[in-house]
Design a protein around this ligand. Sequence first.
Ligand code: GAP
Length: 463
Amino acid sequence: MKTPSALSPQPSASLLMEKLVSLCKRRGFIFQSSEIYGGLNGVWDYGPMGVELKRNLKEFWWRRNVKERDDVVGMDGSILMNRAVWQASGHESTFSDPMVDCKTCKGRFRADQLDAIACPMKPSKKIATCDGEKTEPRDFNLMFSTHVGPMADESNKTYLRPETAQAIFVQFKNVLETSRQKLPFGIAQIGKAFRNEINPRNFIFRSREFEQMEIEYFCRAKDGLSLLDYWLEERLKFYEDIGIPRDKIHVKDIPDGERAFYSLKTYDLEYEFPFGIQELEGVAYRTDYDLTQHINHSGKPLDYFDEETKEKFIPHVIEPSAGADRTVLALLCEAFSEEEVTDQQGKKETRTVLRFHPRMAPVKVGIFPLLKNKPALVEKAQALARSLRPHMTIFYDEAGAIGRRYRRQDEIGTPFCVTVDFETLGDPDPALAETVTLRERDSMEQRRIPISELKDYLSDRVF
Ligand code: GAP
């Protein structure tokens, strides 16, 4: 058995990101989109491991925020919506970032990030201090425009949605009437959003196509501020429950002047990424701004009738809005670890481990026969794999030395491995018969467990 002798010194931020991006590609988490054609800047594909990780995240978010609550219902809105939605929400006129052009290198850069972006001609310098001749900042609208139908003109122009939230606001009345909810209640949605970011960067942190997990929690104006604090606590707990420690999340109370003009108060939840402390989620008190805008632009009543007081009013809303891809990146950064281990021959080597919370791990258990040329072991291991597969994601592997198989599972973050060995086939000692070796990823400890107890043991720990 290998024993961890020391944690290797942690690599620098850029080296750590390089290692993570390379691991993500090597082990099937995340690939560059359209890679064989040179890629597409700011767009990423999730491979077999990445899609499981992201699904685990989204499913846990849905379970926690929709299934386990009786005051939040779900919906799944379309990506294409009537252009009027974006005119009413203010996105068409104001959803922009300041941009400068460099006349020297012909690059375009976000004006508020010039001190963070390297000059393409002289990468040792940042744009803020390079010699390039820059224009004054001007607004660049981040929405991707498109046309609906065969004519490409102004009359059928619309946009790919830059946030999922607006579908919730414009369907507020339909959801309210069909779900028969009473205030306070929420509508939750997970889905793709698109922003033509001027400078996408930091891997999947800032991309042009991404997924959001949003709740619009409607309430009476008098409850707005206390519900904002309630949702902040809910969201902090969520991150702890997926394996991101509380002390790695920083809560920023966004000061006046930096918040959206309609927000009474906003908290950003920021994570300590290797490249700096950056936003993971916003929890915003959006008042009645969005519903009011849609009432004014559509002419339709989106108000709420209180049966008890017989009052009609426009509800206020609290919005916890998280990025699924940013959270995946935080999970990967948090899980990544390299440590020096010593094998039985005393040789030192580096063990790369993704220490995911078992709930998030793409594969829950690796199942191996000790030797692949012993049919009895292979049959038993395959039968075990078949019996567990309906209950959790498993990975069956019979290739190579057992140590290498453990190492491959460590690299994708599998919390448990099970080896079917000769004792499994019937040890004369009844206590050992029908048992397997269970190896735990983090401690690397191995112990025997009866096959009959395995499913319950694992289920208790991986969901
Ligand atoms: N409906 C509110 C809203 O969209 P936001 O702060 O613009 O608010 C919410 O976005 C979350 O969406 C962010 O905290 C972040 O996690 C994620 N997000 C925003 N832009 C992103 C991008 N370009 N790439 C990846 N995630 C992004």
